[in-house]
Design a protein around this ligand. Structure first.
Ligand SMILES: Nc1ncnc2c1ncn2[C@@H]1O[C@H](COP(=O)(O)OP(=O)(O)OP(=O)(O)O)[C@@H](O)[C@H]1O
Length: 283
């Protein structure tokens, strides 16, 4: 992101329009993410081999598997970084594989990054705003020129950012640069940035990575309460089994690119194929 996309105005305080917080439940409708027989090969390696499952509206789907199982590759197929060799990925009625990567946010899909995608020199508030301006029709020029509809949209974004920073316990650091903040705090900023686009589907890439035990516990409660408030569905790729089993409605386990389990969190722990996959290789 270039410096030109940085918000030029100082952040106004929360709720400056006096309007109710604009974080309404995402218009998830009946949109589900449907993967059908997704296969991708890299040279001789079949990273995904006929993977099929669904993520239902408003539900959290945990995606687990040992190292090299294909989780990141699957994420990269959904986010249009990789093109599957065969298979279908549908988002509601939309063929996701026909969407350009930059159109995903506009289609209601947002993601977080394992290694964070924040701008160190920018404030926490401005980092959050980046996630909203990518889908809002607020042009920097029209906003700066004070065109009334653009100003109203800009203010609605600011209100949403303040609301999310409040929900994510980030108000105290809102005006501090992201660089230098503790990792656990940055993970929450990353979540705020992703939620600014009001996604109907949130792709969470190892959100617990690098967090302490108590931070992981808090993160689990935060994700479920935000899901309850905002109505998004989530696909959660995570090694932290406690988090996956604690907050997922549904779990899919991969091994060597194949689905070895699909079902409830309570059933996954004792599933012999899952146990074998994790015992067979270091997770
Ligand atoms: N761009 C690529 N080129 C070649 N092989 C790749 C590429 N991306 C992934 N792979 C291979 O695909 C397989 C699945 O890798 P992937 O990173 O998706 O696993 P993972 O489940 O995310 O593992 P981890 O938990 O360690 O992140 C591995 O064998 C990996 O080496």
């Amino acid at each position: 992101m270039s410096a030109t996309t940085r918000s030029t105005d100082p952040p106004e305080g929360p709720g400056t329009t006096g309007a109710p917080a604009p974080t309404r439940p995402a218009p998830a409708g009946d949109r589900a993410l449907r993967l059908r027989d997704v296969t991708i090969t890299f040279g001789g390696v079949t990273a995904l081999d006929g993977v099929s499952f669904e993520v239902h509206p408003g539900r959290i789907c945990g995606l687990i598997g040992p190292n090299g199982a294909g989780k990141t590759t699957l994420f990269n197929c959904i986010t249009r970084i990789y093109v599957p060799s065969s298979g279908q990925i549908l988002w509601g009625d939309t063929d996701l594989l026909r969407l350009r990567p930059h159109a995903l946010a506009g289609a209601g899909i947002a993601r977080t990054f394992q290694n964070l995608a924040l701008f160190g020199a920018m404030s926490v508030f401005d980092n959050a705003m980046v996630g909203g301006t990518s889908v809002s029709r607020v042009g920097l020029t029209s906003g700066a020129l004070g065109w009334p509809p653009a100003r109203r949209r800009q203010q609605a974004l600011r209100d949403r950012a303040w609301h999310l920073l409040d929900r994510l316990d980030l108000l105290d650091v809102a005006e501090r640069p992201a660089a230098g903040l503790p990792f656990g705090t940055l993970k929450r900023v990353e979540l705020a940035r992703a939620l600014m686009s009001q996604p109907a589907l949130l792709l969470l890439d190892e959100p617990a990575g690098g967090l302490t035990h108590s931070e992981v516990k808090d993160l689990g409660s935060l994700i479920t309460s935000l899901r309850d408030e905002l109505g998004f569905a989530a696909l959660l790729v995570e090694h932290h089994m406690g988090l996956v089993l604690g907050i997922s409605d549904h779990v899919v386990a991969l091994d060597f690119g194949r689905t070895i389990f699909e079902g409830s969190p309570s059933a996954v722990r004792d599933n012999p194929d899952v146990v074998r996959a994790y015992l067979g290789r270091a997770a």
